[in-house]
Design a protein around this ligand. Sequence first.
Ligand code: PEP
Ligand code: MN
Length: 344
Amino acid sequence: MLVVMAVAATEDEIQGVRRHIEKDGLTAHESRGSERVVIGVVGDVGLRKEQVMGHLAVLPGVDTVTPISRPFKLTSREFHPEDTVIEVGDGRVGGGGLTVMAGPCSIEDRDQLMRTADGVAASGATILRGGAFKPRTSPYSFQGLGVEGLELLAEARERTGLPIVTEVMEPSQVDVVAAHADILQVGARNMQNYPLLMAVGRAAKPVMLKRGLSATIEEWLMAAEYIVSSGNPDVILCERGIRTFETYTRNTLDIAAVPLLERLTHLPVIVDPSHATGKRWLVRSMALAAVAAGADGIMVEVHPEPDLALSDGEQSLTLEQFAEMAPVLDQIHAEVAGLAGETV
Ligand code: PEP
Ligand code: MN
């Protein structure tokens, strides 16, 4: 449920409400808007719901108490009407700007990463991506460089100034990945790995949560809820296509998820047209479509020599293709921002 504090509520009154909630064995999560404070109450109230709501409603400083109608609570727009904006390095994800994450699927060696990092930085990427711990379908495929890959990413950040995003596959890797990366990526295959979600929820770095291969929007938001309820409010959602009966594309990009999520949640949304299509020649149009639909950014795979890539070469853009696409993304973004009517 939501406890909406009066505009004039004092800090003592806010703390009084929090204490009351905790005394009841529930958890209080605060959302401080520009006008007033909203306190989300989570926990199992069961049959006590009416009683708990009644007690909260009469506490000093409380304006209204309402149930949250959705199963996801802290990630819902109801709890936090304003967009979440996440500080990453000197930049921000969400809040009206356009985030462009680019880099190789896997970090293969120093030369490949630095060439890619230099290239995408020069063409306007705002965040560098690269996989060090790789979730591969086959145990015989390249599994990533592990910690050595993380060190190379940190070196690429020093060199280009770009913050880095990289995947973490299990709870025991969270500390080492968080020590190197600016954003922890939870991959599609791990979207419902609850111990991992809780572990990144305790980390002090933003998390980018990719949509599961066959996850509904609600399951995805419930996964985000695990992270936020574990203490980490900085979650970025990444639509990367879902599995359908279609086989021409690797996955089916759910573009409608972008405006839908904007309505349901305050979290920023990124689209990954590389994994969504699996085909290099489809990436550009889907990236532009994502920005036109109102996404906060995109993530694309880029490789200096895609045909030699150790993973996902077929869907990786060349440096030249990325350099051609980047200014067009900015153009569409500026165009969409200037449109009248309902915001997208
Ligand atoms: C990736 O981004 O490197 C990746 C493995 O993607 P996904 O988890 O979406 O398959
Ligand atoms: Mn990949």
